[in-house]
Each structure stands twice: as C-alpha cells, then as structure tokens.
Design a protein. Structure first.
Length: 243
C-alpha cells in the first residue's frame, strides 16, 4: 500500500460535494435506512448503522434527516424498499471499477450505470470480475499537516488497538484494519486524542494502475457520472490519480 494514497481520491470527491449536498444527504439517508432495516435502530447494538450515521454527520447531514431515515426503516414512517446491488467492470485503460448502489428501481439504476460505462469507454463485467483485485479493509485517516503528531506514538496506539498497517505520506497517516477491528481501532484513536478526518470500511486495491492522460480524464468523467446518480453509494477503483 505504501506510495499509493487513497486519501487523494477521497479528497477529490469531497471537493465536489458542496455543489450537490442534496444528493449526498439522499445517499446517506438510504445507507442509514438499509442498516436500520437489517439490524434495528439502536446505534449501540447496530455497528453498521453507527458507521452510516457517523459518515452522515461527517458530511453535516441534519439530525432530523438521520432520525427520519431510521424511523422509516423501523416502521415509524412509510418508506420505499431499497435493494443493495454491486456492479463491476472496467473503465478506460483497464481500470477496475466497483460501484455499490442502493435502489428502489433496479431497471433504472442498471440503465444509468451501463450508460455511464459505455459513454466513457468502459464496460460492465460479471459479478466477481474485479472484486478479487480489492481487499475489504477498515480505513482511517489522521491529518498531521502541522507535524504535531509523532509517527512512533500514533503507530504504537494504532497497532496496540488492532490496526494491520499504518502509512505516513504528505502530512497524513493512513491506517488500515480488518473490518471487524475497525470500530475498536477508530474509537481507541479518538479516545487517545486523534480525531479522524475520514473513517470507513471500504475496498482497497491490491495494486494500482496508471493510465494515459487521455484515459485518466475519461475515467474521471466516468467517476463523476457514477457519483452523480442518486442511487450510487460508493465508487471504488484502482486508478493512480496523477498529481
């Protein structure tokens, strides 16, 4: 993982979010709905719901919206039934792409995803066609722009809490965990005074691909189209974004 910063990809996505907060909140609401529908509305006993709520709050989603999504899922309000679907394929330049969606209309969503790939020189594949290139990991970012965090200290705290790996690059620490250890490591770091800038269970590429300049632009356009869909929850890829 050394030398490849997932944070660059995340920052690029976050920089565009202010222009489409409505869609961001809608995605969080559906994520919260699904977690509460499957595991109940208690944050203390439902780790998936707790993670979904944490991500929503990190994007400044209002508490009323969060509570409404939970009530819909637990019978407090009438709501649509959403289904989780994963699409896999290749973008331009052979970039591996995984798209996680949450939808109440499979036909509409499939058409949107297929169109995005086709328009940007990619193609959808069968289930399992690219997931073997990724590992599901807990991922935590601690920013250290001012250099005040000692690398040995935070590494010791992270490893003691159960982290698998920690890398330091460009003023940030990227910490990787098993999905099962994610909450314990994140909570331990918070209790130790390290507030994450980002924390999630996600798909980490085993290897990265550097495309041509033309293919990189096409791939960025593909990502934008996929993320503009109201049904898209996450887009994972193994492209090494250029400086």
């Amino acid at each position: 993982m050394a030398g490849h910063s997932k944070w660059k990809n995340i920052q690029r996505r976050k920089n565009a979010q202010d222009a489409k907060k409505g869609k961001i909140f809608m995605r969080h609401a559906k994520d919260i709905y699904t977690a509460a529908k499957e595991g109940g509305g208690d944050l203390d006993t439902n780790a998936s719901l707790r993670l979904a709520v944490d991500k929503a709050k990190a994007d400044n989603m209002p508490n009323d919206n969060i509570e409404r999504a939970i009530k819909k899922a637990t019978g407090g309000l009438d709501g649509a039934n959403y289904e989780e679907i994963t699409y896999e394929g290749y973008g331009p330049g052979g970039i591996a792409v995984i798209v996680n969606v949450l939808t109440d209309n499979k036909n509409r969503t499939a058409a949107e995803i297929r169109h995005a790939f086709k328009k940007n020189g990619g193609n959808l594949g069968e289930n399992g066609s690219v997931t073997f290139m990724f590992d599901r990991k807990g991922y935590i970012v601690i920013e250290n722009r001012d250099g005040s965090i000692d690398e040995d200290d935070i590494s010791l705290e992270a490893i003691e809490a159960g982290a698998d790996d920690i890398t330091a690059e460009e003023g940030i620490y990227e910490i990787y965990t098993d999905p099962e250890s994610f909450h314990d490591v994140r909570d331990h770091l918070r209790e130790s005074g390290y507030e994450p800038a980002e924390s999630e269970v996600t798909m980490i590429p085993q290897n990265y691909t550097t495309p041509s300049e033309e293919d990189e632009q096409k791939m960025l356009n593909l990502i934008d189209m996929l993320e503009d869909s109201e049904d898209t929850q996450d887009v994972h890829h193994n492209m090494e974004i250029s400086e």
